[in-house]
Design a protein around this ligand. Structure first.
Ligand code: SAH
Length: 590
């Protein structure tokens, strides 16, 4: 389950919010759950995330399936979420907590563990939780909400079963259900009703509550010829797995993982098949002398728990392993490693694209220049950070591939966009130069970000509203003569120019030289926008003319946008009430 969002309206709730946050701060049981953050109403109080409108924010969190702990009146939350309640899809836990921590009320998400959360939070606040679910009150646990690794076969049947128990019947327990040991269930070995924990499919009997442990691993062989992408090839794997499960009377819900040979680690059909089966995909090494390894070998190589093998792999190409308990997929063989190169945007959290935030939340390892890694936070204690000096880019790229080829989920951070004078090109350069097939097997993706030129332009208005170019004035990786030539051509072509890396202590004279060249082609009155630390604390934006621009007004944290001959500015506002100055380049040309 993902980490809860703690939502507050004012400063009075902050202390209680922080106490609740500490319950979920670094929970190793929720490795992909992201950070538990305090969301606060903009302008009222500063916390981790700010929101503008409570109703909109709560509805967004709810729709995304994020558990909500709201520190306000229950009625407010009910009214905000009411429009979403009639169509009951996946319901995250929703709780309200009194600002002073004196009451913890679970509202929604009974099957998503809201009562468990209510108990956790109430324990931290040293108050009794306001549990209202009858089954939960009577038995001390929600029988219909088994722990991680277990799934209920049929919710409707589960509800009937619990009402039979509430009506006074007792039950047997068959199979291993360690989480029910402490439950106050009315037990009797001769009971008509039975809770059965089994990977076998439920046959529809009404006197049974069937809970499946995710205890079955399906190993598949993949003929190299079919390893290419094809919807029908992945559908064939899915139906082979489903057929093997059905042949042994096993429920598809008992499947813990799909296991395949490591030499087909990059085959898209496997990823597709695992996605269709809705299970993680894991890999085990094949022996070098085997072309088409028998799936039973894979099981032997990958499983670290005792199991029974069920299928005849020679006829179906599938072997099933059944363990007596749920199997944690992360312990089976290894995963395909991932390397995601992301851009953080200029700095502000809300200018980072959600895909980048998601990659960060899912990462095991984070690499990048120290300043950017800090900007990417807050990170969890279980995430490894490999900070480095900014200059070692290729080395950092190689390090990222090494980690990812061990099966880790690596995120490489850049500021702005990773493809604009940043790490994405270095990563591809390292990959192209590598002969290592393990690097080629890494699942590489690049997530775009809001580049400094775009963030600066947006704040100024629309200076990039017509044709423009982006230039780095750094001659670290290219000769200065090339920079001069490009400046001349761009200036002559009347393109708006965005200068990255305009100046640094090691490159003191280059900006003046560049401006001299631009001034040969552009009038002194040409508008220039300087954005410094845009989207970061203390950020400034200035508009001046090319004639007024001096290199002393620019540093390495500045974006310089030199307008074209048509770039213009105007002030807008109500007379006497001040106004905003906008800079833009019209879409048309004269
Ligand atoms: N990948 C980054 C650019 C890296 S080059 C991006 O797409 O934005 C570094 C240069 O970008 C700096 O020298 C500065 O010119 C510019 N820059 C980066 N972040 C900035 C910010 N927040 N405000 C202004 N300029 C910034």
């Amino acid at each position: 389950m993902s980490a809860p969002a703690i939502v507050i309206l004012g400063a009075g709730a902050l202390a209680t919010a922080r106490r609740i946050q500490s319950v979920y701060a670094e929970d190793p049981a929720r490795p992909a759950g992201g950070m538990c953050q305090v969301h606060a109403l903009q302008g009222r109080v500063d916390a981790d995330v700010s929101y503008a409108d409570l109703g909109t924010h709560l509805r967004e969190l709810y729709a995304r399936g994020t558990p909500i702990v709201a520190l306000c009146a229950a009625g407010i939350v009910i009214r905000c979420l009411a429009p979403l309640l009639s169509n009951k899809g996946v319901e995250p836990p929703v709780l309200v907590v009194a600002e002073d921590g004196s009451a913890v009320v679970p509202l929604l998400g009974g099957l998503a563990g809201v009562n468990v959360m209510a108990r956790e939070i109430a324990a931290a606040l040293a108050v009794p939780p306001a549990i209202t679910t009858s089954g939960e009150l009577r038995f001390g646990t929600c029988v219909l909400n088994p722990p991680e690794g277990y799934v209920l076969a049929d919710l409707g049947q589960g509800k009937r079963f619990v009402s039979d128990l509430l009506a006074g019947e007792s039950t047997r327990i068959e199979g291993d259900a360690p989480w029910l040991d402490d439950a106050q269930l009315p037990r009797s070995s001769s009971a008509r009703l039975a809770i059965r924990v089994t990977p076998r499919a439920w046959d529809g009997r009404e006197d049974e509550l069937v809970i499946h442990p995710r205890s079955v691993v399906a190993a598949v062989s993949v003929a190299s010829a079919s390893a290419s992408a094809s919807a029908s090839a992945s559908a064939a794997i899915v139906s082979r797995v489903q057929g093997a499960l059905a042949a042994h009377g096993l429920s598809p819900m008992s499947l813990a993982a799909l296991l395949a040979p490591s030499d087909s680690i990059a085959a898209p059909l496997l990823a597709e098949a695992a996605a269709r089966l809705d299970v993680p995909l894991r890999f085990a090494p094949t022996r070098p002398d085997e072309d088409d390894p028998a799936p039973t070998h894979l099981l032997r190589a990958a499983l670290r728990v005792p199991y029974e093998t069920l299928s005849d792999d020679t006829s179906t190409g599938i072997a099933l392993a059944v363990s007596s308990l749920a199997v944690d997929p992360s312990t089976i063989g290894r995963a395909r490693g991932r390397l995601t190169v992301i851009g953080l945007g200029p700095g502000r959290a809300d200018l980072m694209v959600p895909a980048a935030r998601q990659a960060l939340d899912e990462a095991t390892d984070i690499l990048g220049y120290d300043t950017y890694v800090k900007m990417a936070g807050p990170l969890r204690a279980d995430q490894r950070v490999h900070g480095t000096d900014n200059r070692e880019e290729l080395q950092r790229a190689r390090h990222a591939f090494e980690l990812a080829s061990e099966g880790r989920s690596v995120v490489m951070v850049s500021s702005g966009d990773p493809g604009v004078f940043a790490m994405a090109a270095a990563v591809l350069e390292a990959l192209e130069a590598s002969q290592d097939s393990a690097w080629a097997a890494v699942e590489l993706s690049i997530v775009p970000g809001v580049s400094a030129a775009l963030a600066t332009a947006a704040q100024a208005g629309a200076p990039l509203g017509h044709d423009f170019c982006m230039l780095s004035l750094s001659d670290n990786l290219k000769p200065w003569t090339i920079i001069e030539k490009r400046l001349r051509h761009a200036a002559e072509a009347d393109l708006v120019m965005a200068f990255y890396n305009p100046i640094s202590r090691a490159r003191p004279w280059q900006l003046d030289k560049a401006l001299d060249i631009v001034r040969e082609y552009r009038a002194a009155g040409t508008l220039v926008v300087l954005g410094r630390d845009i989207g970061r604390p203390g950020g400034t934006l200035r508009t001046l003319t090319l004639g007024e621009l001096r290199s002393s007004k620019v540093d390495m944290r500045t974006m310089v946008i030199v307008g074209s001959s048509t770039t213009r500015k105007f002030a807008s506002g109500i007379e006497g009430a001040g106004g905003t100055e906008w800079v833009y380049t019209p879409r048309w040309y004269e």
